[in-house]
Ligand binder design. Structure first.
Ligand SMILES: Cc1ncc(COP(=O)(O)O)c(C=O)c1O
Length: 382
């Protein structure tokens, strides 16, 4: 039987490909974005407690109320915007499902969705599947800054949604307050939705504050904001996250959510509701990752790579133009085979596969992994 692919141009994600290659070559893996250190045993004990307390059947469609209440309190405390826990927050199977559900709920064929590039890889296929068009908004120059007049020129009567991500994967940059104000001005009075991917909200460095879209009242009124417990609590394998937004938008979101997954993992929700009562773990995260960033960048300071230190996330982009003229895919593949280190070529985050001679490193790793990675990185091209 022959099925015409709905996503004919889509290959296996680079994360799967690099992971496989890394395993084959027993390479140090700083490619995919996940921590390789243990989860807080207290959080694990809360999962057991939730299971023993009987949270083993379907959860309510939007998630258990105590968890939604904790999220609402956290967002109000940190960003000064109040989301009603009963109608404005839904627990999702990771941010990925939140994003897919939002795109499915709001995007129709021929709509245009503006995506800042380079971009995380789950936005484009969802837009494609809806028969909509991805409009690329390139971040500018080696430091990936925003050109807001260029952004303005991308808006057309067909623009239905804009997707932002700050702190930003893969570049490690942050949208600043003035960026958010520019965005708010550009979207004010339009029917354009903002999908704000804030999964790295608790990883900002050098004293910078996370500029959540909900800090900006006009933006908040037309925004859906997603976050990920996987990123925040070192449990990416749990696939737990949430979406927050105004009631009318969440009402539409939930219509899709209820037939997409209906509800998500119940005992994990119980555990997270308990765990979130203490803000210390997430409030300590920026310092935790800043220390890792600083440790890693110092360790590779003798290498031939160049970089601007990451401002947030657990990623560092490096430029390898002093080492080789190879494409980033060829170079990254050679690094696994010849040097035993797996990284991510930046071209995969661009729709047009742009070649800027950059790789992405993930520093959410133990000191031992970072030491082994640094020892290899310092030998490359010497
Ligand atoms: C920018 C960005 N958004 C969303 C996700 C997906 O988050 P989750 O694992 O909670 O689905 C990731 C994971 O890497 C990410 O980097």
């Amino acid at each position: 039987m022959y099925h015409k692919s709905k996503l004919p141009n889509l290959a296996t994600t680079i994360f799967t490909t690099m992971g496989q290659l890394a395993r084959q070559h027993n390479a140090v893996n700083i490619s995919q974005g996940f921590p390789n250190f243990p989860t807080d045993p207290h959080l694990l004990s809360l999962v057991k407690k939730a299971m023993e307390a009987g949270l083993n059947q379907y959860a309510p469609m939007q998630g258990i109320l105590p968890l939604r209440e904790r999220i609402s309190e956290k967002m109000e405390t940190l960003y000064g915007h109040s989301y009603h826990p009963e109608t404005e927050i839904t627990i999702t199977a990771g941010a990925t499902q939140a994003i897919f559900t939002a795109i499915t709920a709001f995007i129709r064929p021929k709509d245009e969705v503006i995506v800042f590039e380079p971009a995380f890889d789950c936005y484009a296929p969802a837009i494609d599947l809806m028969g909509a068009t991805l409009v690329s908004m390139p971040m500018q120059g080696p430091n990936f800054t925003m050109d807001w007049s260029l952004f303005q020129s991308k808006i057309t009567p067909k623009t239905k949604m804009v997707i932002i991500n700050s702190p930003h994967n893969p570049t490690g940059t942050l949208l600043k307050q003035h960026d958010m104000e520019e965005l708010q001005n550009a979207l004010r009075g339009t029917n354009i939705l903002l999908l704000s991917d804030e999964v790295y909200e608790h990883m900002t460095f050098d004293g910078a504050a996370h500029q959540s879209a909900c800090r900006f009242p006009d933006l908040a009124s037309q925004s859906l904001i997603c976050a990920s417990f996987g990123k925040t609590f070192h449990v990416t394998g749990w696939k737990m996250g949430y979406m927050a937004g105004p009631k009318a938008l969440m009402h539409e979101f939930n219509k899709v959510h209820q037939y997409n997954v209906f509800c998500v993992n119940h005992p994990m929700q119980g555990a997270l509701a308990d765990y979130l009562q203490n803000p210390d773990p997430y409030m300590a995260l920026s310092a935790f990752y800043q220390e890792k960033r600083d440790y890693f960048l110092k360790a590779i300071s003798a290498s031939k790579f160049k970089w601007t230190p990451s401002e947030g996330t657990y990623f560092q982009v490096v430029d390898y133009s002093d080492i080789t003229t190879e494409t980033d895919m060829d170079f990254a593949t050679r690094l696994v085979r010849e040097y035993g280190i797996a990284t991510i070529p930046m071209s995969v985050f661009w729709e047009d596969g742009r070649q800027d001679q950059q790789l992405r490193f993930c520093f959410a790793k133990t000191k031992d992994t970072l030491d082994r990675a640094a020892e290899i990185i310092n030998r490359i091209g010497q």
